[in-house]
Design a protein around this ligand. Structure first.
Ligand SMILES: Nc1nc2c(c(=O)[nH]1)N=C([C@H](O)[C@@H](O)CO)CN2
Length: 118
């Protein structure tokens, strides 16, 4: 299966379960791999036939920067719902990293894989 990917998309958000986290914004990093048949845009050379990674990135920035969740799991799930629900993506792998959240670790977070139901 072909993929379109977005790597290292940094978005600031209100996220976390601790009181101090409710008072600041933290940088989150998103990596996405999205299943898409790239033979169609390759044949037409038309952006309209692509899974437009700029459009997906813009939508995630819009959503995540307004979001307010405790857990990275919740935010990752909502983002997967948006990408699958609003773009022609049947399958995705989404990694959501929270850099610096745990002393000694470069980043922590979740990786989820989701497909369109049915
Ligand atoms: N599996 C998770 N573990 C933890 C989360 C989380 O969202 N998912 N969050 C926290 C805190 O908010 C942490 O990031 C603050 O350093 C702890 N564990």
């Amino acid at each position: 299966m072909d993929h379109v990917f977005i790597e290292g998309l940094e978005i600031e958000a209100l996220i976390g379960i601790y009181d101090w986290e409710r008072r600041i914004r933290q940088t989150l990093v998103f990596d996405l791999e999205m299943g898409f048949d790239n033979r169609v845009p390759a044949a037409s050379d038309d952006i309209a036939d692509t899974l437009n990674y700029k459009a997906v990135s813009k939508r995630l920035v819009e959503y995540v920067s307004q979001s307010d969740f405790g857990l990275v799991e919740t935010l990752a799930e909502r983002c997967a719902d948006i990408v699958i629900g609003e773009f022609k993506v049947d399958w995705l792998r989404l990694k959501l990293s929270k850099p610096g959240a745990v002393r000694g670790a470069r980043a922590v977070g979740v990786v989820i894989e989701r497909g369109r139901a049915g």
